[in-house]
Design a protein around this ligand. Sequence first.
Ligand SMILES: *[C@@H]1O[C@H](CO)[C@@H](O)[C@H](O)[C@H]1NC(C)=O
Ligand SMILES: *[C@@H]1O[C@H](CO)[C@@H](O)[C@H](O)[C@H]1NC(C)=O
Ligand SMILES: *[C@@H]1O[C@H](CO)[C@@H](O)[C@H](O)[C@H]1NC(C)=O
Length: 604
Amino acid sequence: MATKCFCAALLPILLCFMLCQPCYGTVSDIQCLKKLKASVDLDNKLEWTFNNNTEGSICVFNGVECWHPNENKVLALHLGSMGLKGKFPDGLENCSSMTSLDLSSNSLSGPIPADFSKRLPFITNLDLSYNSFSGQIPESLANCTYLNNINLQHNKLTGNIPGQLAALGRLAQFNVADNQLSGQIPSSLSKFPPSNFANQDLCGRPLSNDCTATSSSRTGVIVGSAVGGAVITFIIVAVILFILLRKMPAKKKGKDVEENKWAKSIKGAKGAKVSMFEKSVSKMKLNDLMKATGDFTKENIIGTGRSGTMYKATLPDGSFLAIKRLQDTQHLESQFTSEMSTLGSVKQRNLVPLLGYCIAKNERLLVYKYMPKGSLYDHLHPKNSEKKGLEWSLRLKIAIGTARGLAWLHHSCNPRILHRNISSKCILIDDDYEAKISDFGLARLMNPIDTHLSTFVNGEFGDLGYVAPEYTRTLVATPKGDVYSFGVVLLELITGEEPTRVSNAPENFKGSLVDWITYLSNNSILPDAIDKSLIGKDSDAELLQCMKVACSCVLSSPKERPTMFEVYQLLRAVGEKYHFSAADDELTMQPQNADPEDELIVAN
Ligand SMILES: *[C@@H]1O[C@H](CO)[C@@H](O)[C@H](O)[C@H]1NC(C)=O
Ligand SMILES: *[C@@H]1O[C@H](CO)[C@@H](O)[C@H](O)[C@H]1NC(C)=O
Ligand SMILES: *[C@@H]1O[C@H](CO)[C@@H](O)[C@H](O)[C@H]1NC(C)=O
């Protein structure tokens, strides 16, 4: 009961509805596809047959992508050029976890439903281009707050572009070219290229015609231009051709410039100062960060992830820093500053220290200590296959260090911090092969209304192999979700495999690393999964013990997983003989605080 109230107080009504309702995902998703087929697949081009009710049966359908190959839960529909006919398809409201819909290049017509946002509230990618949809762009599209991409190109849409779309803070692509839209383009959309708005009667930025011209004077312009039209067109075409031809070789350079245009734009920004948490670190200005990263050039990028892009900065004294440019934070400056001072005080030996931050116009830059050895991912899956993988004792040291850092965040840190995006890419390694967790505390900065779904937005499915299965149902981050992701990292350390692609499995095996381990475990051949380079070196027993811990972390029921504190204790016992954890006293964990799994944690 208390849980429900907490939920009602802090989450939007829609989310609460989803959380507090039991989940009938799979029946519903089959019904979704049945209704869709019945409404638009009149010529049976999709060849979907519903005579098999096993979990995962719809996941092999043409154009259907599931969250998980063994679960009838639709992630995306890729139905471009499938010969679909009729009105906007029925049934999509029953694909309740769908995030991407592509119906492009079909023969669909009629209006886009006005209650679109009720049907697909979590959509991130919508492509209805090259159909014959008519009527207005529904205002309710603005309620689909996760939308990244909207493509409505080449339809028969009329009316204005709704100003409400300004509410779509994540919009990265927007195209309505080749429709019959009219009126002023909302200023929030003026950042997109003019060609995306090519419609007879649209006006305002980014187009070059402004909207102040009255319709009568426009008529005059039209008459006038009819006379001089041919001549002017000829001249314009000639000029454009001339410019294009001259620009051709310079094009590539132009693109590079584009990439750090944001950096140029904040150069010399007024009032931009770099705030450092430690007095020992020398004072810096935005200008120094610019110099140290060569104005944030591409060459200095050392990593990109969900929360932003990391750059390597070289200071005049030859030392290094890592600077993160945060991806669209939605916090006010004051909120951001207070979050920063909290994060700046979070210090533990298995966390990458946050040294400072800088606010410059809309940009938010975080200054971290630089970790020269890079990420665990790079060490486990070297691009150059000649390079030898890590030996077992180092892997175990990294596993224990990561577990210690996470256990500290969950159980000792106040306020408690959930990481939510643990992967081998965010675990960095220092000179002594001590694990350092990066990106902690950033999930909350990204999106104030923090649903887990926001993790998947921006098309970044790269970390999918690490995501706990319950997240697709509950949308709420929990400590047990972090435990699951850590379990996947542990499996990576033991098997040397990537979480989404198992090179050691038979060719027709399509599942993730966790699926592979589950399969081997069910067939009592778990030891087959262990990295061949580690076997027979006096550590087989440790490998199996760690495998057992990893398997308990990735159990599908969150309640059955151990807490991070327990995981740390188990791994520490396995590694006792190596004496990694001599300086361990800083850990004052409170095990009584260690079973928060029934509590919904909205803020981290
Ligand atoms: C499909 O969605 C409709 C409308 O939201 C709902 O009434 C119906 O129960 C759903 N069907 C299933 C099987 O969940
Ligand atoms: C049903 O689908 C499952 C999963 O795709 C498949 O393994 C099984 O063989 C199918 N059964 C029948 C009777 O087609
Ligand atoms: C969109 O959301 C707003 C605010 O929650 C609500 O008033 C409005 O009715 C919604 N529109 C539609 C079409 O769902």
